[in-house]
Design a protein around this ligand. Sequence first.
Ligand SMILES: [Zn+2]
Length: 352
Amino acid sequence: MNKKFSIKQFQLRFPDNDACLEEIKQLRFGDSLECPKCKKENKFYKVSGRAAYACAYCGHHIYPLKDSIFDHSSTELKSWFYAIYLMAQTRAGISAKQLERELGVTYKTAWRMFHQIRQLMAIDGSLLTGEVEVDETYLQPRPYMKKKLNPTHRLGSNYADNSKIVFGMVERGGRAKLKHVKSNGARVLQPEIGQNVQKNTTIYSDEWSSYNKLEKMGYPHFTTNHRRQEFVKGNNHTQNVENLWSNMKRGIKGVYRHVDAKYLQSYIDEYAFRYSYRKTAPKYMFDLILSIVARPGSSYFFLGLVLFCGLTARLRILSKSVSAPLRPPDLMKALSSVSLGVGLLSLGIVKV
Ligand SMILES: [Zn+2]
C-alpha cells in the first residue's frame, strides 16, 4: 500500500471547501445519521453557501464545524486542511513563514493556525507504562556551559535563566510526554513523574539528585553515571529520551529559530506528538491530526485555557494575600485578563 500522501493526492481528495466539510461531517457523524429533530435516519444534503447540511425529510440543519476550531473562522477550510497537510508531512516541524508563502495569508494568521493545531496535539492524559526514561534539558546553554565555552563570559543577567527547561518522559517503544518546567529540582520533577507515569513502572535516568527518591515513590529505578562516561550499560540507558532531545533541538533551531518561553509548551507538545506517532505513515498522520483538530469542543479548549490562566493568576494573588496585603493592581490585572479573554472569545477575534 502506498503510504505516501503527495500534494497531488491531497488536492484530489480535497479539491474545494465542500470536500473538506464533507470529510468533517463524516468524521463527526459517520454515514448513517439520525436526525435530531424528526428522529429518522435520513440523507442529509449540503446547504449551498453555508457550512451546513439539511435533513432530507424535515429540513433540519446540522453544522459539522460547530464548536471546533474551524467554527466561525475567517480562514477557508481548504487552507486549514493544507496547514494540517504540511504538519503531517514533516518530521522536524514547519514554520509559519512557509504557510504564509504558500497560502498567501498573513504571517499572523499562519502563526495562529499552527499554534491552534499544535495546542490540540497535546497527548492524551493516560499514564506512561512499561519502561520509561526521564531526563531534563535546557533549550539554551546553561550558565556554566557558557562559561566553559567562553572563559571570559561573565555570569551576568543570564545567570538565573531557567526559563526554558524541558522535562521529558519517554516510554521505550511508545509515547513521550514533554513538560516545560520551572526548575529541575526534585520538588518539580517528582510530582511530574507521579502525575504522568504509572506506579511500579521501571524508570531509567542519570544520577541527578532530583531522581533520588523514585524508589520510595514506588518506581523501580536504574541510573547511569554520565560523569564516568557510562552512557549505555546493557538495558540501563537513556538513549531514547536523548534521541528525542536531539530531534527537538534540531527542529527548534532549524525551523523555528526562536521560541518564546510563553509558547514553549505548545511547541514541545508537537514534538512529543510526533515522537509518539513516529511510526504512523504521512498518509495516516493527516487523518490522525484532522480527527483531533476537528472534534467538537476544540474551540472550548481555548475558552478553558483563558479561564484557567485567569484562575491561576487569581489563586496566586490569594496565596500572596495570606502573607502580604493584597495589592489592588495585581487583582485588577487578573480580572482584566480574564474579562478581556472572555470578551475576545465571544467576539470571535481570538479565532483565526
Ligand atoms: Zn429530520
